[in-house]
Design a protein around this ligand. Sequence first.
Ligand code: BES
Ligand code: MN
Ligand code: ZN
Length: 499
Amino acid sequence: MKITVKPGKLETIRTDAAVIMIVEGEKPGPVAARVDKALGGMVQRLIKRGECTAKPGSVCLLYPEGKIAAERLIVVGLGKRADLTLDRLRLAAGKAAAAGRSAGAKNIVVAPEGSSFDPAEAGQALAEGSTLGLYRFLKYKSKDKNNGKKEIASITVLMEKASAAGAFQKGVRTGEIIAAQAALVRDMVNSPSADMTPTDIAGIAKGLARKHRLKVQVLERDRMRKLGMGALLGVASGSVQPPKFIIAEYRGGGKRPFVALVGKAITFDSGGISIKPSDNMDRMKDDMSGGAAVLGAIANAAALKLPLNIVALVPATENMPSGSAYKPGDVLRTMSGKTIEIINTDAEGRLILADALAYACRYKPAVIVDIATLTGACRIALGQEATGMVGTSEKYKQKMRAAGEKTGERVWELPLWDGYQDLIKSDIADMKNAGGRDGSVITAACLLSKFVEKYPWVHLDIACTAWTDKDRPYTPKGATGIGCRLLTQFLRDYAAGAK
Ligand code: BES
Ligand code: MN
Ligand code: ZN
């Protein structure tokens, strides 16, 4: 799909569908007012009758029958002015594009009226909302792939004020880059584990390296052994899929210290010997969401040419039961030298992250951010509305919170108080990998905290947000692609602050 920005009058453009945006409790803006006049006041009449509303994301489809040049008119609501956020604009753009597609439109023209945002930010939100709102995962549908509906081929954004068009266009370009990467992350997470093995993820990382200015290195089992990555190797021992330790570097920041991103990539989490119940086990193909997110974010950083040095580390393996699998009671020696007693082989994410975090410390990073579908308890605590956050750096937690608000991928902090550390004390090793049900989002983070040395660190638990059981604004049921846009925004803000 192509998104272009140009000057012009909406009512005179021939297109399959024209989109106007309205704000609750406000008179239509100049474009909407002209369109309505051409339609003999039909939009206003429908608003009065309550058939067309300005509620956030509500859409109303009209057939102008020659009164304007467009074949269809989509009126989309932005909600109340006081609540108008960038995320509302994403929602409106997503709903309008999806409504256009269901109506059979191939080309859409949008007048982005009503928002008072900076044009670059509005352009970005519009591109993200429409691209992600149109996202579908059809790779495994054999027939009637598109449900009989064609994909949208082009969206044209009409700007009345030529002065804002340049900035808007730039924002659209940024949004297109970021949304394309987020869609790739969704594809990776939606893919069955048989087609998204550690080897497949390594292949995708190499593909990104060819496309962008990234250096990608993939460590195999023998290198992991030499490095002493006993935790990652322990988790991998039950699987016939070879584990991969993926290192992607982006150097755009001269001599600046690295930002380290670490993402959990369990391509299938059966639980291992502590096997999971079969209900919903199919979902455990999403346990590589963190790894996909950091690859997406570093690719964005490269595509946006951020003036930063970034390393993305992705420990990738399956967690399977077998005769060679690691077992409860085993003690694994991590790359840092610290030992972990295994209480439950289903608490595997923290193990592979322990080795990856230790590896991250080699870069002497300015900050380490890890992202992982780490605990079922995260959903108990926060539902599917927020990502759990724990960390040691007030400054970077605050920056992550801000990035969450801006992207709509919101985070909520849980405490990392000393008392929780006692829950993972082991009788025979330096720590144990599971501390029972109490505060288990936090006790998982406690284990991670032992591997980040003194580096500022933020941990994101996306077990609750990587997948959605219902359609959401611009996110259809399934993989959400969470973290990719959040981390990209975090990096962009970081780059802007470092200038
Ligand atoms: N990958 C799971 C966490 C998860 C659960 C993600 C449900 C998405 C939905 C993780 O590896 C896990 O199994 N965690 C256990 C830890 C426990 C054994 C200490 C959990 O949360 O139950
Ligand atoms: Mn598990
Ligand atoms: Zn897991």
